[in-house]
Design a protein around this ligand. Sequence first.
Ligand code: ATP
Ligand code: MG
Length: 218
Amino acid sequence: MEFIDSLTIALSKGRIFKQALPLLAHAGIEPYGDPEQSRKLILETNQPRVKLVIIRAGDVPTYVQYGAADLGVAGKDVLMEHGGAGLYEPLDLRIARCRLMVAGVPDADPGSDRLRIATKYVASTERHFAAKGQQVEIIKLYGSMELAPLVGLSDLIVDLVESGSTLKANGLVPLEHIANISARLVVNKAAWKMKHASVMALLAILCAAVEQNPTVRG
Ligand code: ATP
Ligand code: MG
């Protein structure tokens, strides 16, 4: 297909880019260049009006909110922290799947009061413990959360868990499930109106691609 509007799509490197690529290919979008190999932040594609911008996973909702990108692919974890202002979230792409979980040492009690929780996911953590009526102290980290309980920085962590092997390698176990996570298509609210035909066309093809995607069944 050919797009009648210019479209800028925001993506992060790594698993989101790798797993979104076959879905974009369904829509006839093939980037020139590989973000893992190059330092280019803007990738042209075989579609003259479509370009990709390669940014940090946590920045995708912000670029789309302000219309610097018309569309983006962002993890639900990132969207729950961002809050979703200025964007629509019309499609679960069912890629980059994992779970947001409370974890700690095997004998930790996630139900006790006054726990210290280390996490990158402050908003989701606050919401989770508030819903249980528990007072906790949240310590914001930017990575390697598994270290925090091992060195006495926190009692527990809240982090993404896929297989659990990173937790296990550090003597931690998952204790409570907070949310199932997958990557979502997000669309800037103004672009949704102003570039309606192109956005709808892309959305329809991506919907079909998700249904056919062998890696996301089940
Ligand atoms: P940055 O490296 O820029 O700080 P990040 O570590 O969150 O960001 P990635 O590791 O590429 O970036 O993760 C991007 C998205 O992929 C996350 O927001 C989440 O939705 C999903 N994700 C992260 N870790 C996993 C995992 N272990 N299994 C499956 N999906 C994951
Ligand atoms: Mg990472």
